[in-house]
Design a protein around this ligand. Structure first.
Ligand code: LLP
Length: 453
């Protein structure tokens, strides 16, 4: 049985961050996202240290899309990392958390003028430019605000990362970034070098996510160093920064073996140094954007077990047991979207043998099965079920489907538990809704006409 980064306490209950999770469930209710602060902090330190030990200048920029709240932003800031944001909302969250502005970088394949205006007015570190329209918009915004902005050029290195197609982004056929092979990337650099106020600082790529080997990153490093050499040759311009994005995978199941931080750092830095040396280029700052690798295994979702039923099936073993829990695709859409697979622990009997095969069913009105055929201890109604490795892309991708209330997030550390996101209430669900007068009892007033007549 696999407890991942967690342990069982003397009572035989699952413990995370020194907190008995059955107590967390009782106090905060379920479904509940539990986030292990000490693990996030040590991940931030160890990831940075693995690269700093092997390369002269390193920036680690947490990819906020994986999990972002005010508290999370503060942890990342305290650990000295930078942060990457990909929307107005993520930018706003980082700023309101007091994140040092020069350590914020803005991403997006279709940034709005509003996003660029906010980025320039507060003076963030870098905008990662993604297309020609954005370059023009950014030039206009810096002119208007009499400011400047440092940028990296996002490139598609043309490598296939062999991960789920929805999270592959390094191949040439993608909505993201400037294609290297067709000359778009070099043209973007040319335009930036000719422009005032928008300052070219280097290159960026992100090849894909949940990668369990280093092949795609190696290919990307080669492609980007090739482009750096061309920029030097054509324009006599060196790149100050090379950002190779995120993508390092985590363990969702016991059999997955992503490279360790050290293994990953060793491959990336040695590949980069030898490519730079061969091309005779100065070493740029190496920037990265890990998201999942820093928070994935630090998150666990707790559910309460409800109905359990066994049905006959035609294939072996001749029956299937559905264990229904009080959440589902609204708090974790990843199984439906990416065929993601998870492991579980019965939290109130964490040391018991996993001698049953069950399917964990969500409670949404469709085939909402969180995990098919997973090994678990025997379960009964009222048990607390822990689904592991839900720290990345769960809270951030949660929805109100079926008008479910989004769960609370509790941050645990050294035996203390702090609520960092409250559970939504029924009131929250209706907070933004309005009923037109004509739909109210006895209402006569006509609605505002928006027709062209
Ligand atoms: N940098 C950029 C530009 C990105 O687009 C991403 C993720 C990252 C960094 C961080 O990647 P990570 O280290 O977390 O792999 N919702 C999907 C994942 C989408 C990833 C999108 N971009 C999922 O649940 O698997």
């Amino acid at each position: 049985m696999w407890l991942g980064t967690q342990r069982a306490n003397a009572a035989g209950n699952l413990e995370i961050g020194g907190c008995d999770v059955t107590r967390l469930a009782a106090e905060f209710g379920t479904p509940l996202y539990v986030v292990d602060e000490a693990l996030i902090r040590s991940n931030c330190r160890e990831f940075s240290a693995a690269f700093a030990a092997r390369y002269p200048s390193v920036v680690v920029c947490y990819a906020g899309k994986a999990f972002l709240t005010l508290a999370m932003a503060r942890i990342v800031a305290q650990e000295g990392l930078s942060i990457d944001v990909a929307s107005l909302g993520e930018l706003y969250t980082a700023v309101r958390a007091g994140f040092p502005r020069k350590r914020i970088n803005l991403h997006g394949n279709n940034k709005s003028r509003e996003e660029l205006e906010m980025a320039v007015s507060i003076g963030i570190g870098h905008v990662i430019v993604d297309n020609f329209l954005e370059i023009e918009m950014l030039q206009a915004v810096v002119r208007e605000q009499h400011k400047s902005m440092n940028v990296l050029v996002r490139c598609t290195p043309g490598v296939d990362p062999h991960t789920h197609k929805f999270i592959s982004t390094g191949q040439a056929d993608t909505k993201f970034g400037f294609n290297i092979k067709d000359g778009s990337a070099i043209e973007a650099v040319r335009r930036l070098l000719a422009s005032d106020g928008v300052v070219f600082d280097g290159l960026h790529c992100h090849v894909g996510s949940q990668l369990l080997d280093t092949q795609a990153h190696e290919g990307a490093v080669d492609a980007l160093v090739g482009l750096m050499a061309e920029i030097e040759r054509r324009f006599g311009q060196s790149c100050k920064m090379l950002n190779i994005g995120g993508g390092l995978g985590v363990r969702y199941t016991e059999d997955q073996r992503p490279p360790s931080y050290d293994e990953f750092a060793e491959v990336v830095t040695s590949r980069l140094k030898s490519a730079l040396d061969r091309a005779g280029l100065k070493y740029p700052t190496l920037a990265q954007e890990p998201g999942r690798a820093l928070v994935g295994e630090a998150g666990t979702t707790l559910y309460t077990v409800g109905s359990i039923k066994t049905v006959p099936i035609t294939e072996a073993p001749g029956h299937r047991t559905y264990v229904s829990v009080d959440g589902g695709m609204s708090d974790n859409p990843r199984p439906q979207l990416y065929d993601a697979v998870y492991q579980v622990i019965v939290a109130n009997r964490a040391t018991e043998k996993h001698d049953q095969i069950v399917s964990i069913a969500g409670k949404h009105c469709e085939t909402d099965v969180l995990i098919w055929n997973v090994a678990a201890a025997a379960m009964k109604t009222g048990d607390i079920l822990a689904v592991q490795t839900t720290g990345a892309y769960n809270h951030g991708m949660a929805s109100n489907y079926n008008r479910f209330l989004r769960p609370a997030v509790v941050l645990v550390n050294d035996g203390a538990a702090d609520l960092v996101v409250e559970r939504e209430t029924l009131r929250d669900l209706l907070r933004k809704e309005r009923v037109p007068q004509r739909l109210r009892a006895g209402g006569q007033r006509r609605s505002r006409s928006l027709s062209a007549k």
